[in-house]
Design a protein around this ligand. Sequence first.
Ligand SMILES: NC(=O)c1ccc[n+]([C@@H]2O[C@H](COP(=O)([O-])OP(=O)(O)OC[C@H]3O[C@@H](n4cnc5c(N)ncnc54)[C@H](O)[C@@H]3O)[C@@H](O)[C@H]2O)c1
Ligand SMILES: O=C(O)C[C@H](O)C(=O)O
Length: 313
Amino acid sequence: MRRAKITIVGAGNVGATCAHWCAAAELGDIVLLDIPQAGDMPKGKALDLMQSSPIFGFDSTVIGTSDYAETAGSDVVVITAGLPRKPGMSRDDLLATNAKIMTAVCEEVKTTSPEAVIIVVSNPLDAMVQRALQVTGFPPQRVIGQAGVLDTARYRTFLAMELGVSVEDICALLMGGHGDTMVPLPSCTTVGGIPVTQLIEPARLEEIVDRTRKGGAEIVGLLKTGSAYYAPAGATAQMVEAIVRDKKRLLPCAAYCDKEYGVGGYYVGVPVVLGTGGVERIVELKLTDSESAAFQNSVAAVKELVSAMAKLV
Ligand SMILES: NC(=O)c1ccc[n+]([C@@H]2O[C@H](COP(=O)([O-])OP(=O)(O)OC[C@H]3O[C@@H](n4cnc5c(N)ncnc54)[C@H](O)[C@@H]3O)[C@@H](O)[C@H]2O)c1
Ligand SMILES: O=C(O)C[C@H](O)C(=O)O
């Protein structure tokens, strides 16, 4: 039985770090691809990563390239190609540039890896994953966006810091788009089985939720030259693992929702079961009236972004 083949398009901060997590966890053999203008950079990062294998004890191979032929037949393709934002920018400001990049990348992926599960990471996430679906024409369950695992990890980190408990004991869920309209679900947040609402006052919880919503901008403000990558890459690697090991993880991902939650054919963050087939099931929760209103508000923001993208191309 051969190892899984994982291609990561975009060998920048998120892509290279994701390659590192995937290799260290021996999720499969990795191809790190960037544009020809990047020169030998992907090859250099891949070789450097390979040379860490005796230290970390992994046998995954990592190669760098700018030639899609080397990615042929990948089981999973992670797309991180595109510009990151800088201080003062919103993710939506990346729409025009990254939509072009996403189109170019997906034209290649659809012919070189027609059976792959695609995980889109590039921003603005909810529009980019819709573009990946449009260009590849793959079944929607094989085109997924990474955002919810990251947003939930941020929320869990802040809750653990607040309560002085292990992050392992925080179980939480966020839904909606990857932006200021994301929807935390306090009813689905527990600490060692205890509802978070019994441990943190509503006003303080709202502050933590607000920090989570602005989590990406907080890192951009600190880094100044780009955006977060350690946690985003870790979140993506967790999705890759769920797919290549058929773990059936229940994770929040940007999934194509049609009848589900009454979305009508857009990508939005929802809880899904992730396995070899990609999104194997979308889990439909009973939302309270206020959660449902917040979710629909988030869906409206995603729809607006997708229609802005349609006018661009
Ligand atoms: N969804 C999320 O949670 C999340 C989290 C972090 C970053 N992001 C997004 O991921 C993207 C990458 O971020 P980063 O920090 O790695 O940026 P980066 O600038 O470090 O890396 C991007 C890489 O993409 C490459 N690239 C550009 N056009 C390409 C093409 N056509 N084909 C292949 N490669 C191409 C660039 O050469 C560069 O190496 C950004 O759009 C960022 O906003 C999303
Ligand atoms: O904030 C960004 O632009 C990058 C990413 O979406 C994040 O949430 O860290």
